[in-house]
Design a protein around this ligand. Sequence first.
Ligand code: DGL
Length: 259
Amino acid sequence: MRPIGVFDSGVGGLSVLRQIRAALPGEDLLYVADSGHAPYGTRPQRFIESRSIAIAEFLVAQGAKALVVACNTATAAAIAALRGKFDLPVVGMEPAVKPAVEATRSGVIGVLATGGTLESAKFASLVERFGSRSRVIVQPCPGLVEQVEKGDLAGIATRDLLERFLRPLLDQGADTVVLGCTHYPFVAPLLREMAPGVALIETGGAVSRQLARRLDEEALLAGRQGGGTERFWTSGDPRQLADLLPRLWGCAAPVERLP
Ligand code: DGL
């Protein structure tokens, strides 16, 4: 009956938390938004690794039985260190290159992600393993995480940024776009409006299924079909996260300051 610890550089991981809640309605969930240090996408790998370890230590001290790194950038930078340090299931995420390559009809896929993810060795190996049958166009999205952190999901500034990031992908014939950062599913409605014929692929569902499998293997599932609770912490402004929760999580909830 111990909780599952989930974290991200900020509010993006809430897109993953929603999928975890849908897949595992009986689990208690702890969520840490490291919004005081977002975005991670332009930070050095060592910084992201030490933040990830500090947050994981906090979640384990709260009793977490498993960790979900609900952040592509932190997974690329820190999952090896987390798995080396903590003796519990650690589930991470990576851009859905393989499903996109299987889905594309034009043979061109676009990957929207942070610079940190796109420049990582993990991403290079992903493209090498699965990307050879298609053309893979990568597009870093500086500024987009900040817009989502502010809750600007459809305003002019966000629209302008997306237009700039989408245009090169569309011009080169991409029919499938990978949302390779957990903040981006929150602008999926705007992306669909701007590129109606393009398939958007995200990873939250696959991650929650992987989490369920890992918990089952380790006999760690809570064993009830509903009634799971959530607790939220942020290293940023708790009021700001509390204001965003109804939109990004689906209902209001108390938010605590991360010690
Ligand atoms: N949600 C993080 C990810 O998936 C955003 C990274 C950032 O803070 O730049 O990559």
